[in-house]
Write a protein of this length. Structure first.
Length: 298
């Protein structure tokens, strides 16, 4: 008896049925969706290169408890009609398997060279990479934030107290006097020797807040998470996980601003002490996003 290949309309899984099932309602063995079975039309070799799913959907039977949405299309598109190199198919499939195992960094290491190639060679429909990249970045940041919260690590009391005052200042639209320490209210005639902390309310200068090595490690680690969130939102504006993760970042960290990989410094030159004020520009281009992903994976 002849067998015919059909594809689930929901999860794109492919399986075979007999002639008797064609035109009738069947249930997908993977996602349990009920749909009408239609015989797949045979495709020519040239058509296959454009229409093949490139590992995006349908072939893996790996079972996992990853919090995927109801369909794999929420992870990345089906690949229908895409014009990307056929040689990418194996990489797409391998990265998908890594993601199903929650090995987000491994998946990104496979996808990142393709993204670099797409930008360099201006490959048509390379936007199909954006969703898997954003998906892996957002889940990676979620995993890291969960690990951070489990450690219950916090910056020193004085620093946290200062940052909470910045949180209040942001809430009420207040500003800080550069020559007055926000904690001890001591007024200084010069900024030289003070610690400058970059925040969303501009630079805050303090004489009584020591910044320890652990404080810097905490901020740098959280900045890595925030960078992944920024990248995910740049690559896929519809990704909702990233915004939810951003809201879970500690309030005292959300007012911190990084510039040239640092968020604080001791003032040694009065003239340069106000060179940075206010918010920074976000990710501005695909090239910037590609470089940032490379740094994260380095």
């Amino acid at each position: 008896m002849d067998a015919f290949e059909i594809r689930c309309e929901k999860c794109q899984a492919r399986f075979q049925v007999t002639q008797a099932h064609i035109g009738k309602r069947v249930r997908c063995t993977r996602c349990r969706e009920v749909f009408v079975a239609h015989q797949q039309q045979p495709k020519t070799t040239s058509e296959l290169e454009h229409v093949e799913t490139y590992g995006f959907a349908g072939e893996s039977t790996h079972v996992t408890n990853v919090d995927f949405a109801s369909t794999l299309e929420d992870w990345w598109p089906t690949g229908e009609g895409t014009r990307v190199p056929y040689s990418w198919r194996a990489a797409f499939k391998a990265s998908r398997e890594c993601a199903l195992d929650q090995r987000w960094k491994s998946a990104l290491k496979i996808l990142h060279p393709l993204y670099s190639q797409a930008i360099k060679e201006k490959i048509l429909d390379s936007h199909t990479l954006n969703r898997p990249l954003a998906f892996c970045l957002s889940r990676w940041s979620k995993k890291q934030l969960k690990a951070f919260r489990q450690t219950e690590t916090k910056p020193g009391n004085a620093l946290r107290k200062l940052l909470n005052r910045v949180v209040d200042a942001k809430k009420w639209g207040q500003a800080f006097d550069a020559f007055e320490c926000p904690l001890c209210q001591r007024t200084r005639q010069t900024l030289i020797g003070l610690i400058r902390i970059r925040t969303t309310r501009g630079s805050v200068y303090t004489c009584c807040v020591p910044v320890s090595k652990q404080d810097n490690e905490i901020m740098t680690g959280l900045q890595g998470i925030r960078t992944k969130i920024d990248l995910a939102e740049y690559l896929d504006g519809e990704v909702t996980v990233a915004e939810n993760i951003r809201k879970q970042l500690p309030d005292w960290f959300q007012v911190i601003q990084f510039h040239d990989n640092t968020w604080y410094e001791r003032v040694i030159d009065q003239q340069e002490s106000t060179c940075y004020e206010g918010s920074l520009v976000g990710i501005a281009s695909d090239n910037a996003a590609e470089a940032l992903i490379g740094i994260l994976l380095g």
